[in-house]
Design a binder for this molecule. Structure first.
Ligand code: AGP
Length: 372
């Protein structure tokens, strides 16, 4: 009903707007001012976590994209090798798992059959399973060794938004916690990131306050057939997520690519006035990647693409090549997906609405997929 939507035109818009709170709630009680983490729910004993020699993440759809981003954080902060696999593919390839494998199953609903079957398979092989889940008492956490709940609140719209941001937060917490328990040499960085995480909810709020031009742009593209998305590093899964949102909501051909792959094929798709959304990494820190992606933007623009550039405030290098520029607040490299995803959600929601689609209930889709 209209009352349940709190005055928003759709649950999706309401849930997009709830993201700053969802992020803050997921951090609440888990990080403190001194930069340390308390994850009491992770009932896997510290000595077991210290023995972990491989992390395997299984998930579907948007939760899989959160897993792809988690890999960067886990490997960087813990130096434990991490694989990410679509839950629907996982058990069919006879994966190598044992008591030293930590499997992380990410699921908003906690009822996704593909993810459930993957975690059952992992436990049969002796692996420990940690669930990241938004639904209290659902099947996936019940069947796992431990659970870290995301506190997004109920997500009604079929397209996942606030659950995704909180899945990212939970993944960062797990990565940092593993680093903390194992006492890696990154302890100082871990403390700094914990502090950065506490300001991220405010950054998401600021992004939401600047979405007017993104909505206008989305409406102007309603008659297009295709939109491409490019990113690198953690921006690559963000590009995949932007494309998935557009497919499910606008029923458009949308594809995400790693920007470095352009020259290996996808650049052949570029034609006059094709909208291409590019997620630009921060010019600070990994500046090599930043410069490479600026060249990619130049290359596609020279071939006629209409460039829609998502870049950090103060990044002036992108300005000459951006037909449309969407600014996001500066964040540490690994945390950028928390702010960079938000404009893509708004973009897909608005474009779908302009095409006359029902955003909360896209055709052919169900909120939770309980069949394999
Ligand atoms: C997201 O927008 C999708 N509707 C879908 O990909 C979803 O993320 C996927 O089905 C996994 O669901 P879960 O998180 O409930 O397991």
């Amino acid at each position: 009903s209209a009352a349940e939507k709190d005055g928003y035109a759709s649950f999706m818009l309401k849930e997009i707007a709830e993201q700053p709170k969802a992020v803050a709630d997921t951090l609440l009680g888990r990080i403190d001012g001194s930069g340390s983490l308390t994850l009491d729910e992770v009932r896997i004993p510290a000595n077991v976590l210290r023995e972990v020699d491989k992390v395997v993440i299984v998930a579907c759809g948007t939760a899989f994209h959160a897993g792809l981003i988690a890999k960067y954080a886990i490997e960087h902060w813990t130096r434990i090798p991490c694989e990410v696999e679509l839950a629907s593919e996982f058990r069919y390839r006879d994966p190598i798992l044992d008591q030293q494998t930590l499997v992380v199953a990410i699921s908003q609903s906690g009822e996704t059959m593909d993810t459930l079957m993957a975690l059952r398979h992992a436990r049969e092989q002796g692996a420990k399973v940690l669930a990241i889940c938004n639904t209290n008492g659902s099947t996936i956490p019940r069947e796992s060794d431990a659970v870290l709940y995301t506190h997004a609140g109920p997500e009604v719209a079929v397209a996942s938004t606030k659950a995704f941001l909180t899945q990212l937060v939970a993944c960062y917490l797990v990565a940092l916690y593993l680093g903390q328990v194992r006492g890696t040499k990154w302890a100082d960085e871990i403390r700094a990131v914990v502090r950065d995480l506490s300001s991220v909810s405010g950054a998401v709020d600021r992004v939401l306050g600047t979405m007017g031009p993104v909505r206008e742009l989305a409406r102007s593209l309603a008659a297009k057939d295709t939109v491409l998305f490019l990113g690198r590093h953690v921006g690559y899964p963000v590009a995949l997520e932007g494309a998935l949102k557009l497919k499910e909501l606008a029923y458009m051909h949308a594809e995400g690519f790693a920007a470095g792959e352009l020259k290996h094929g996808p650049i052949a798709l570029i034609e006059d006035d094709l909208p291409v959304v590019v997620v630009v990494p921060s010019p600070r820190g990994r500046s090599v990647l930043h410069d490479k992606i600026v060249s990619n933007i130049q290359e596609i623009r020279a071939r006629g693409a209409r460039t829609i550039v998502i870049a950090e405030e103060g990044d002036e290098a992108v300005v000459p090549y951006a037909d449309h520029l969407i600014r996001i607040p500066a964040t540490p490299t690994l945390l950028q997906p928390l702010v960079a995803t938000v404009p893509l959600q708004v973009f897909a929601c608005e474009l779908a609405t302009a095409r006359g689609n029902e955003v909360d209930q896209p055709r052919n889709l169900a909120k939770s997929v309980t069949v394999e």
